[in-house]
Design a protein around this ligand. Sequence first.
Ligand code: NAD
Length: 403
Amino acid sequence: MDVKPVKTALIGSGSISYTYLNTLTSGLQIVEMVGCSDLIPERSKTRAELFGIRQMTNEEILSDPEIEIVVNTTQLWNHNAVTRMILEAGKHAYSEKAMGHNYEGAKANYDLAKSKGLFTGSAPDCYMGSVWQTARKLIDDGYIGIPLIAYSMCMRGYGSNERPGNALPDPMMDTHGTTVTYDMAGYYLNVLFNLFGPVKRVSGYSKVFNGGRSFVNTMHPDYGKPFNSKGGETVMLGSLEFENGVYGALVLCSEAFNPEVPRVDIYGTEGHLALPDPNLFGGWGNYVYLTRKGNPGETFKVPFTHGFSDTDPSVPPKSGKREPCHNSWRGIAVADMAYAIRRKRQPRSGGELALHTVEILDCIDKSNADNKVYELTTRPGRPAMLIPGRYGSVQVMESSLDT
Ligand SMILES: NC(=O)c1ccc[n+]([C@@H]2O[C@H](COP(=O)([O-])OP(=O)(O)OC[C@H]3O[C@@H](n4cnc5c(N)ncnc54)[C@H](O)[C@@H]3O)[C@@H](O)[C@H]2O)c1
């Protein structure tokens, strides 16, 4: 490796920190994981011991002059404040999705990062996975002709603040910007930005839907009582016009029934791509299916052109307990940001891409309120494709980021 690894730390050692720390300590050469913190010290202690890094406080992380990137895996409603803290300390910030739970806070952090010459950005980075990079290569190589329509849908069946395990929900849960729309849109939008580039105009509908529900989680203190939403939208339909002319639909709903239905379908003049759940990197039943004009009824499962598929889901997490998304490569966008620092280029999952998602959601809410169509002010570049053909060891896959 011809460049110095980038010292990195993580704030927020809760559920998803497992996956980040697992990726960032997997042998990637560009990242040196130093430590992790949490307001609840037992959590950072557990993670630090499991991954052989230092248990630190926020203050220790922020005042360490050698740490260059700080990963923010706190809850969605803490992203704006914690990212601000990281940027104010003069460090590059990468947060879990969404970049923030409102446009104003996310934009303020974007502006702050720019003024300080720092990078900021956010998850999801699943679009860097094998299935999404393969889909992109097929589109770029003309396999579906001119792409026309992108249909994306996340249909879930949870009461917003009743997710399993949320025995004592935070008072911020279910408020604006913390429900399925801000929580899940990034998965769908990032794979579409990867395929088509930025969105030009949006309009849409959104609503807070209660449906006369009661709390059904028996662990919840309000079990059986009527559920009164605190203002977070739970049903949304957005119309997107991409800069390249593709029309897209974004459907997000948490008030249907389980099991979840995730869907991404791309239609072009010469073919159709049926794509899996954008929460996944690919493999283990999640592939690209291509149907071409002239082959009626014949659909092809396309071999992957890129690495970073999910790892075997039946292999248990190192902690020996259930960990969400334990078999994924979440966190490789942090390695990409580290390359961006050393190579003096923009990160693929940079601040403008992250802010673009939040602006789209904000504009759909505004369009619902005033019947207007909104032109986006953010126009991130299409994230560069990873280098194809690099699969195998972590280091070989890592080299596909070094562009
Ligand atoms: N859990 C999942 O399945 C999952 C999957 C994908 C993405 N995510 C995303 O990851 C983020 C975190 O989710 P989670 O499920 O890990 O939440 P979590 O509640 O398990 O963990 C968040 C942690 O952040 C800590 N924290 C909050 N504010 C802090 C601060 N100022 N300083 C230090 N620590 C602080 C909390 O104490 C908590 O331990 C969310 O944005 C979520 O949407 C979660």
